[in-house]
Write a protein that binds this ligand. Structure first.
Ligand SMILES: O=C(O)[C@]1(O)C[C@H](CCCOc2ccccc2)[C@@H](O)[C@H](O)C1
Length: 145
């Protein structure tokens, strides 16, 4: 059966490409999502994408994935990375392997960004490689998850 991937972006990532290009680059979220879908399709897989600024909506989307036979989730949790036990619990609860992606190297930034509530339950974490991190995460998921 063809692999099904889900790409999730959290709060403020809808601003990608419009603000702080020095930190997050100049690629828009739409272009990230489109490239991700094309990458998956080129390998015979499907990829859905979702973005929300609301913690509960992200949690509801993760819960729904359980009923959609999603094989792997690629998620940039945005700022909820550093605050949300609930998002961690949702990902753990649905038991779908996920890869955590951060565009910036959170370990080179403010101290409050150094801890992730998600990393210890993630299959893997990619950070600091810009939007290429999404492509690399998808590549790994296609090969391994
Ligand atoms: O580096 C990442 O991908 C982050 O997940 C991005 C989050 C911020 C998302 C906001 O993205 C923006 C993009 C463009 C302009 C303004 C915000 C930040 O809170 C994390 O610590 C690291």
């Amino acid at each position: 059966m063809a692999q099904k991937l889900l790409l999730i972006n959290g709060p403020n990532l809808n601003l990608l490409g419009t603000r702080e290009p020095a930190v997050y680059g100049s690629t828009s979220l739409h272009d990230v999502e489109t490239a991700a879908q094309q990458q998956a399709n080129a390998h015979g897989a499907s990829l859905e994408y979702y973005q929300s600024n609301h913690e509960g909506q992200l949690i509801d989307r993760i819960h729904a994935a359980r009923l959609e036979n999603i094989d792997a989730i690629i998620i940039n949790p945005g700022g909820f990375t550093h605050t949300s036990v609930a998002l961690r619990d949702a990902l753990s609860g649905v038991a779908i392997p996920f890869i955590e992606v951060h565009i910036s190297n959170i370990h080179q930034r403010e101290n409050f960004r150094h801890h992730s509530y998600l990393s210890s339950v993630a299959k893997g974490v990619i950070c600091g490689l810009g939007v290429d991190g999404y492509r690399l995460a998808i590549d790994f998921a296609l090969k391994n998850l």
